[in-house]
Design a protein around this ligand. Structure first.
Ligand code: MN
Length: 265
């Protein structure tokens, strides 16, 4: 009898409600493909060296277009779908549950607020791009994959409005200034810092982040050869950008395979 009572108590302890039970995933009603695109974009840009320990990829929240989805503070190469959090229109986490958040989340918040057409935002410290953020030489489309640069790549200088700072977009006012500099363009360079690319889908914003970096490296090489450099004409750029958007799924499928072994793990 005693044994049976002890056995029953042990079973009760083991099967009772656990205080360590996981809270239900607040993003369970977000399409998994969108969360996976954020993971793929983060990891592939890290793989290409466009992102290092810093930088982030976000998407507008399809459940509430004023909100956006972005990883907790984590190196992009390590991001999984479980790390993605919801943020409100001012960049506040909706349900932080103790998770750390990116300091520069205001980049994303203010761009989603200013640009209803933007569904995804990427912020990088791309080594190829930084020289063009501190030079008077404008970044221009040198080849077809970077045709979107024909719209112009403005350079935003944080010092113009905010004086000597630590260069980081650490509040809404700085984010708003950056969003204004972006205007209706797909890319804005940040002086002495990096860039931001935007797009109507995660894969397009990621494509633009990658090819902005590649184009910048190629442009510096072409300038280094000396003499005049021939860039894409406006008409060529329009035609090439149309083709890029048609074939982007092929690019995205390849990039997904590149990071798939670790996707969602
Ligand atoms: Mn940054």
């Amino acid at each position: 009898m005693l044994h049976r009572t002890i056995f029953a108590l042990v079973v009760l302890c083991l099967s009772g409600p656990s205080v360590h039970a996981q809270a239900p995933n607040a993003l369970s009603d977000v399409p998994p493909a969108l969360l996976e695109d954020i993971v793929t974009g983060s990891r592939v840009l890290a793989d290409f060296g466009v992102l290092d320990a810093f930088g982030h990829v976000s998407a507008r929240d399809p459940r509430n277009p004023k909100h956006f989805l972005m990883s907790r503070s984590l190196a992009p190469a390590l991001v999984t779908t479980d790390d993605i959090m919801e943020f409100d229109e001012d960049g506040n986490p909706v349900d932080a549950r103790g998770r750390g958040v990116f300091l520069e989340r205001f980049i994303h918040a203010e761009i989603y607020k200013a640009r209803p057409d933007v569904m995804a935002v990427v912020h990088t410290h791309s080594p190829g791009v930084v020289p063009f953020s501190v030079s008077k030489t404008p970044l221009r489309p040198l080849y077809h994959n970077a045709a979107f640069l024909a719209a112009g790549a403005p350079v935003w200088d944080i010092a113009r409005e905010f004086g000597a700072t630590d260069m980081l977009v650490r509040n809404n006012a700085i984010g708003k200034s950056l969003a204004q500099a972006l205007g209706d363009k797909p890319v804005v360079l940040m002086r002495g810092h990096g860039d931001v690319t935007v797009g109507p889908a995660v894969k397009i914003a990621v494509f633009r982040a990658y090819y902005t970096d590649v184009d910048a490296r190629l442009q510096a090489q072409a300038i280094g050869l000396g003499g005049d450099v021939t860039y894409l004409s406006a008409e060529e750029a329009t035609k090439a950008d149309t083709v890029n958007l048609v074939v982007i799924d092929r690019v995205w499928d390849l990039w997904k395979r590149r990071v798939q072994p670790t996707l969602g793990k």
